[in-house]
Design a protein around this ligand. Structure first.
Ligand code: AMP
Ligand code: GLY
Length: 424
């Protein structure tokens, strides 16, 4: 059978890699893919963009199953289009994807369904937004309502930064995505990523994970799409796991149902876990994503032992109640190698060398790369995610950093402290 994976980042390379190892798979197509998927055995890139092009390709190439990686095609309605034509696709509808594509929608939804999240107000007028932050004080968080590739959030430690962020966003920095801003109470604590699969009825939680959003060691510097991730995240113990499920994930899926929206796909809750006893410490939603996280996917997928075709067939056929995820008990880590001048304006076109053999314990997933005249060159901000499994998180970390020692490209930058919270 043929599989289609939509997207072109590290997450999609990891998904395609897992499908390529699944029984009964002839070809995995990735649209548009990257340099890693272009060079991998059993995986082919296809340059398709619009939902209509993707649908036509799926029909012409007997695609049995499609999995959507990023948010943009979901927000554009690709899952609705495929399902309306009777094609199996795993990903939420455009209506359900509003949980990610509009922060104002997500906040109003959480208020309506009593899902714990930071207090907020939304503004399209700069004067009212400036007055609100003056009244609330700093620290305070300013978010563009729409999709901004992980860059639309400013955690303002001073009022000056807050006012600047309001002017930037309402002034058009993110185009239409910033025409409305959500201004939110600052939450302190430790973040975790809690991701589930849902087939509309059954919720199947994945293992816990954490990512590092800041560019520099010690969680300093600007927010990025993610500089590294690991699984499991020790802070998500059994009590916290159960609380996130019962206080956040189940009310979200049920709230969507109550609003007439069936949720089929991955649901990612980014949560902030405050201080206190596990039974009582605050757990609040920072954001919802309607997809797997990147780079969390890369370590998570190293740990899933299930056959991918069976897992996703069950998910698209409403049979997740018959599935259990078989987790590798080992820990996994992914370290992102980013391009010169990421996240501001990453340079592209640098030739990458030292991409050694991938194996079951160390995988180099590509993100911003392309194959050019036989070379793999950088083509985006987050270039590679070097991912490793180990008996302990320390061992996984040593293996990942030792693989990184071989890889070189001009301007390469990466954090040296991924998973520090799990190792301290
Ligand atoms: P988001 O895309 O909404 O998850 O925001 C990106 C990052 O900004 C999060 O991962 C947090 O590190 C930080 N952040 C978002 N909202 C808040 C908040 N209310 N309080 C503190 N930090 C936040
Ligand atoms: N790693 C965070 C995200 O995928 O949005």
């Amino acid at each position: 059978m043929n599989i289609l994976v939509i997207g072109g980042g590290g997450r999609e390379h990891a998904i395609a890699w897992r499908f390529s190892k699944s029984t009964g798979v002839d070809s995995v197509f990735v649209a548009p893919g990257n340099g890693g998927t272009a060079s991998a055995k059993g995986i082919n890139n296809v340059n398709l963009k619009t939902p209509e092009e993707l649908l036509q390709f799926a029909k012409d190439n007997a695609i049995a199953l499609t999995v959507v990686g990023p948010e943009a095609p979901l927000a554009a309605g690709v899952a609705d289009l495929f399902r309306s034509e009777g094609l199996a696709i795993f990903g939420p509808s455009q209506a359900a994807a509003q949980l990610e594509s509009s922060k104002d929608f997500a906040k109003a939804f959480m208020m309506r369904h009593q899902i714990p999240t930071a207090a907020y107000a939304s503004f399209s007028e700069a004067d009212a937004a400036h007055a609100y932050v003056e009244q609330q004080g700093a620290p305070i968080v300013i978010k563009a309502d729409g999709l901004a590739a992980g860059k639309g959030v400013v955690v303002a430690m001073t009022l000056e930064e807050a006012h600047q962020a309001i002017d930037d966003m309402l002034g058009g920095q993110f185009g239409q995505a910033g025409a409305l801003v959500v201004i939110e109470e600052f939450l302190a604590g430790e973040e975790a990523s809690f991701i589930v699969m849902c087939d509309g009825k059954t919720i199947l939680p994945l293992a816990s994970s954490q990512d590092h959003k800041r560019q520099l060691d010690g969680d300093k510097g600007p927010n990025t799409g993610g500089m590294g991730a690991y699984s499991p995240a020790p802070i998500v113990n059994e009590v916290i796991h159960e609380r996130i499920l019962s206080e956040i994930v189940i009310p979200t899926i049920e709230g969507m149902q109550a609003d007439g929206i069936e949720y089929t796909g991955f649901l990612y809750a980014g949560v902030m876990i405050g201080d206190g006893d596990d039974e009582r410490r605050p757990i609040k939603v920072l954001e919802f994503n309607c997809r797997l996280g990147d780079p969390e996917t890369q370590p998570l997928l190293m740990r899933i032992k299930n056959d991918f075709v069976s897992l996703f067939e069950a998910a698209t056929q409403g049979n997740l109640d018959q599935v259990q995820i078989d987790w590798d008990p080992r820990s996994a880590i992914g370290v992102v190698l980013a391009a010169h001048n990421y996240p501001a304006e990453p340079r592209t076109g640098d030739v990458i060398s030292g991409l050694g053999a991938d194996n079951d314990e160390v995988m180099v997933f590509h993100a911003g790369t392309k194959l050019q005249d036989g070379d793999i060159v950088t083509s985006g901000g987050r270039v590679l995610c070097v991912t490793a499994l180990g008996e302990t998180i320390q061992e996984a970390r040593e293996k990942a950093y030792s693989a990184i020692d071989d890889i070189k490209f001009d301007g390469m930058q990466y954090r040296k402290d991924i998973a520090w919270r799990a190792i301290k």
